[in-house]
Design a protein around this ligand. Sequence first.
Ligand code: ATP
Length: 343
Amino acid sequence: MSAHRAFPIPATLIPGDGIGPEVTAATLKVLDALGAPFAWDIQHAGMTGIERCGDALPQTTLASIRNTHLALKGPLTTPIGGGFRSANVRLREAFALYANLRPVHTIVPGRYENIDIVLVRENLGGLYVAHEHYIPLGDDPHGVAVLTGMNTREGCRRIARYAFDYAVRNGRKKITVVHKANVLKALTGIFLETAHEVARDYEGKVAIDDRIVDACAMQLVLNPWQFDMLLCTNLFGDILSDELAGLVGGLGLAPGANLGADAAIFEAVHGSAPDIAGRGIANPVSQMLAAGLMLEHVGAGELARQLERAIRQTLNDDNVRTPDLGGHASTATFTDALVARLG
Ligand code: ATP
């Protein structure tokens, strides 16, 4: 997209929470070894944003992304139940990052071979906007919980168009729309209907079919090879992208990109993994693959391919793997082995 940008390219780096600082530090080391063209402006968000600046999404972080239009973000912790609103969701809204791209393909041979699926998730609407409140019932002030979801026709059209354009650009042949229009007839019906409308403009180039989300989840386990691209509403995309990560060996191998007209933020699909934070055993590959998507985004696709080649060699030929992939390597050992492969 930005092959003509001047080098170096200013970019925001958000180390994030939990394992975030560990996997982003490893990623920077590898990007340096690659000679990647980024000039980083380090900013904070999530719990770290609260600790350092009193806000999960500090103004300085927003200003930096407004300036660079480009960010690599470590995972941000969102407390379950009470507490602050997800900084991830706020970031997507602040920059209208309507498309969430989550590609997976087999890097480490495992339970499934030759997986190659691209999930496109609508990133701003659906049930995930979490317009929620409680209604009192009897003496319980929180007796009833209410959630309202929202999908606009324009938003559905925009994400469908993004998915079909991506398919054309990347030689993808089929998009499966994931919905629950038999029950959520309006909220996911509008998504399904609009996707089929948009598909007419791509007839002969990209095929369309659709699946109810529960059946799709099962089909992904039984026969994932039937899928090429999945086009999902926000919540279903969140869930199915973790399932896709499972098909290729887990959350340590799944990158994502949040894309809008004015900004792009790249991240791992996984969260901040507080259970292993600070132990030096997190798998940094998802974060590194997210940096690979970022390299492609700025027109440095050759560096992205070089990075992925070196990751494959380190994992498969050198057999250096973190514990989530059955190995014994620490984050640092894996990263050093990868840097040696790049050298
Ligand atoms: P979120 O709600 O933000 O997705 P979560 O706590 O539900 O967060 P994760 O933080 O993604 O989910 O972690 C889920 C599990 O996967 C945890 O057991 C965690 O240790 C493991 N995990 C996640 N990312 C990695 C990684 N990069 N390396 C090793 N294990 C990981």
